[in-house]
Write a protein that binds this ligand. Structure first.
Ligand code: PEP
Ligand code: MN
Length: 333
């Protein structure tokens, strides 16, 4: 981090500021020019309040030259992180297809979908048990019973399971869950992130509806700073002025996140578009962009789905999509 001081700052003021910064465990490199003085702050500057520093009377500008996220940062960890989920690996060239319904609705539904997506080549089964719905009157998920049914589907098919947590008090119910999802709405629920950081379960962290990539990486940092390094980032569309699609899929996020971080990146074209017709082309595009995985909502009867039917593919549509994604993967290798 670099702080440029205002013209006319006295040596006393400089040493006062330098002393304050040093008390934050930083090394300060002072460079005095004819006109201005520049301070180079060396060390862990993630704790420095940039706005506070900027607001000081003698400070002209402050610029970060290193990102505030450390553990998620590729600069400090150049090799791709590979996360092991049962027999499945993700990241560093390993690609996973995650598929399943938005919500677990019944034993028949989840078992039927699990069998069919497995047959088509999916590696992980998804299904929401705790649902973050915009309306309190909408179906809220089967909760603990939903997780039990996912476990049953796991026993039946051997597929590892991923499901969303909304409240840390529910964590004991997630004992047999292979990947815990943090949904877009909870991306900045910092207490939840910190508690998940104390577990050793892989976490799929979805980008918030209106969050920047740096904010997503800072949220990953919350989990990692507590000791859980198994974080998978997920681009699921962001809110823009466009209303034709549910969200706007930011595919440049895949390359940008790969540049900034060593963590695997998954794309969810279902929530990004909200329209089943747009899901296959965006899944293919996500594969072409180098994503480490794709998450697709699949329902055995989308017209009757209790949640997100409009964006859900039938098992046959998923089968077709999966073949196309595999062909793209082979083409870009
Ligand atoms: C989901 O995956 O079911 C979900 C609720 O997604 P998001 O948090 O991205 O809206
Ligand atoms: Mn959904």
């Amino acid at each position: 981090m670099i702080a440029v001081l205002k013209h006319g700052t006295t040596p006393d003021q400089v040493s006062h500021l330098v002393g304050w910064l040093k008390r934050m465990n930083l090394d300060v490199h002072v460079s005095e020019g004819q006109e201005i003085t520049v301070l180079g702050l060396i060390g862990d500057t993630s704790r420095v309040d940039m706005d506070l520093l900027k607001s000081l009377e003698i400070v002209e500008t402050v610029k970060r030259v290193s990102e505030p996220f450390k553990q998620a940062n590729r600069k400090f960890h150049p090799k791709d992180t590979i996360i092991q989920i049962g027999d499945v690996r993700i990241g560093g060239g390993y690609f996973v297809m995650i598929a399943g319904p938005c919500s677990v609705e019944s034993e028949e539904q989840i078992i039927e979908v699990a069998r069919s997506v497995k047959e088509s080549g999916a590696h992980i089964l998804r299904g929401g048990a705790f649902k973050p719905r915009t309306s309190p009157y909408a179906f809220q998920g089967m909760k603990g019973e939903g997780i039990r049914l996912l476990e049953l589907a796991k026993q039946e098919t051997g597929l590892p399971i991923i499901t969303e947590i909304m409240n840390i008090n529910d964590l004991p119910l997630f004992e047999n869950v292979d990947v815990i999802q943090v949904g877009a709405r909870n991306m900045q629920n910092f207490d939840l992130l910190k508690e998940l950081g104390k577990t050793r379960v892989p976490i799929l962290l979805k980008r918030g509806l209106a969050n920047t990539l740096q904010e997503l990486l800072m949220s990953a940092e919350y989990i990692m700073s507590e000791g859980n390094e198994q974080v998978i980032l997920c681009e699921r569309g962001i809110r823009t002025f466009e209303t034709y699609t549910r969200n706007t899929l930011d595919l440049s996020a895949v390359s940008a996140l790969h540049e900034l971080s060593h963590l695997p990146v998954v794309v969810d074209p279902s929530h990004a578009t909200g329209k089943a017709k747009l899901v296959p082309p965006m899944a293919v595009a996500a594969a072409a962009s180098g994503a480490d995985g794709i998450m697709i909502e699949v329902h055995n009867n989308p017209a009757c789905a209790l949640c997100d039917g409009a964006q859900s593919l039938t098992p046959a549509q998923f089968d077709d999509l999966n073949h196309r994604v595999q062909r793209v993967r082979e083409a870009i290798l």
